[in-house]
Design a protein around this ligand. Structure first.
Ligand code: S3P
Length: 445
């Protein structure tokens, strides 16, 4: 895959030493979800859009490469990404779209290419090929877009036979932003108005990006509505986009500070979309001292700073509507639970089983390795915390970036060095993770 810039993590194993308290200020790379959406809409626009803060992680580069294959020109100009869009149409790709490890790429692009006249083949790595795709092919089929499964029913590789979709009124069976976005993006090309209703609020970056791009999208409570172009070109102007830092990346450092008495951390320029930051409320409920400062001058997606002062945490219950707004942070919240006094219960989170790995099984196994009492459940975990983590374990990410980083955070709380193996996957979302961990180490008190 061609890269826009070199990424810096080469090793596939980390040794993580204990960390004492620190006083540090850092920024995290751009938001992954927003970067995907901006690459798609800028790639479809007319003229040249400029994007600052774009996340050059492997997942978003898969989306960039797919947009290139469909006619967009993408290049790096200084610290910005410059995308010359296709003028509102998609060229049928000559080759299959390889979407690597990226669920967001495959599910959102499946909707987008519903408007590309012809067959589009999509595939990915072993993890992506084991993740459920019926959740997108069902609504696409109801829109008259035929999805073929090449090897195994319900899993990539798959073929989208694009054309002019019919409109749909769709009630999401799961609170999934990827499925919601797939239907909305297909709806952009449809004849007539499509609606998607979500069972619980899940991330709304697609709606926000469509509205910013001037596309006919409206939100009314739990229903999102888009008007389709009946297969005609989409009219998207060239735009300046600013991608805030990824809250999901900041979450690792928030937990690295929150349970460490004496630690002080400030993360600047981080996205504060309310549908992404349930971790703040959850950690506060666990006793954490966290201050959120909104940047009142930000236009578009909300952003600002987060200040954390470390202290003692206690257990809580994480469940219900809180889950979709903390879904990618559950592994690192499990780490916070492991460090908290008492029991934490995570439930209603069965979606964790179909992420980059089965995050309930993989986190439970790793926490056991770390000497933490865990019981895994069909839809969550019961974690018996303790502020005393022995350290010295070997933790396997199973190729899941968020597991690797979560276990590295836990390892910093150990009393002896630990190892995390299979860490190359971290490049999917957080190039520079190791450097930021080093920054905390350099700022120890
Ligand atoms: C994402 C939505 C979430 C999240 C994923 C990114 C997105 O997935 O877990 O990392 O960008 O829309 P689901 O929509 O499957 O919950």
């Amino acid at each position: 895959m061609s890269k826009i810039a070199d990424n810096c993590l080469a090793s596939n194993r980390w040794t993580v030493n204990p960390l004492s308290s620190f006083d540090a200020v850092l920024r995290v790379p751009g938001d992954k979800s927003i970067s995907h959406r901006v690459a798609m809409l800028a790639g479809l626009g007319s003229g040249v859009s400029r994007i600052s803060g774009f996340l050059e992680g492997d997942d978003c580069l898969c989306t960039v490469n797919a947009m290139r294959q469909m006619g967009a020109d993408v290049e790096r100009q200084g610290c910005c990404l410059q995308i010359k869009g296709t003028g509102g149409v998609l060229r049928q790709p000559q080759m299959q779209l390889d979407l690597g490890n990226s669920g967001t790429s495959i599910r959102l692009l499946a909707g987008l290419v519903a408007g590309c006249k012809g067959r589009v083949v999509m595939t990915g790595d072993d993890s992506l090929r084991s993740r459920p795709m019926r959740r997108i092919s069902d609504p696409l089929a109801a829109m008259g877009i035929k999805v073929e499964y090449i090897e195994r029913e319900g899993y990539a590789p798959l073929v989208i036979n694009g054309g002019v979709p019919q409109s749909i009124d769709y009630q999401l069976p799961v609170a999934s932003a990827q499925v919601k976005s797939c239907v909305l993006l297909a709806g952009l090309w449809a004849e007539g108005v499509s609606t998607v209703e979500e069972p619980a609020p899940c991330r709304d970056h697609t709606e926000m990006a469509l509205i910013k791009a001037g596309l006919p999208c409206e939100v009314a409570g739990s229903v999102v509505r888009v008007s389709g172009s009946s297969g005609n070109r989409l009219d998207i102007p060239a735009l300046e986009w600013i991608v805030p830092g990824d809250f999901s990346s900041a979450a690792f450092w928030i937990v690295a500070a929150a349970a460490r008495p004496g630690a002080v951390l400030r993360v600047d320029g981080v996205g504060l979309n309310p549908r992404r930051i349930a971790l703040v409320d959850i950690l506060r409920r666990m006793g954490a001292d966290i201050v959120v400062i909104m940047d009142e001058n930000a236009s578009g997606e909300p952003l600002g700073s987060i200040i954390v002062r470390g202290g003692a945490l206690h257990g809580t219950v994480i469940s219900g509507n809180e889950i979709p707004n903390a879904i990618d942070e559950i592994p690192v919240l499990a780490v916070a639970a492991a460090l908290a006094e008492g029991v934490t219960e995570i439930r209603d989170a069965a979606e964790l089983r179909v992420k980059e790995s089965d995050r309930i099984t993989v986190m439970s196994d790793n926490l056991k390795q770390a000497g933490v009492g865990v019981e895994s459940r069909a839809d969550g975990m019961l974690i018996e915390g303790s502020s005393k983590i022995p350290g010295g374990g070997v933790f396997d990410s199973h190729g899941d970036h968020r597991i690797a980083m979560s276990m590295a955070v836990l390892a910093t709380y150990g009393r002896a060095p630990s190892s995390v193996i299979n860490t190359a996957c971290v490049n999917t979302s957080y190039p520079g993770f190791v450097e930021n961990l080093q920054l905390l180490r350099d700022n120890q008190n």
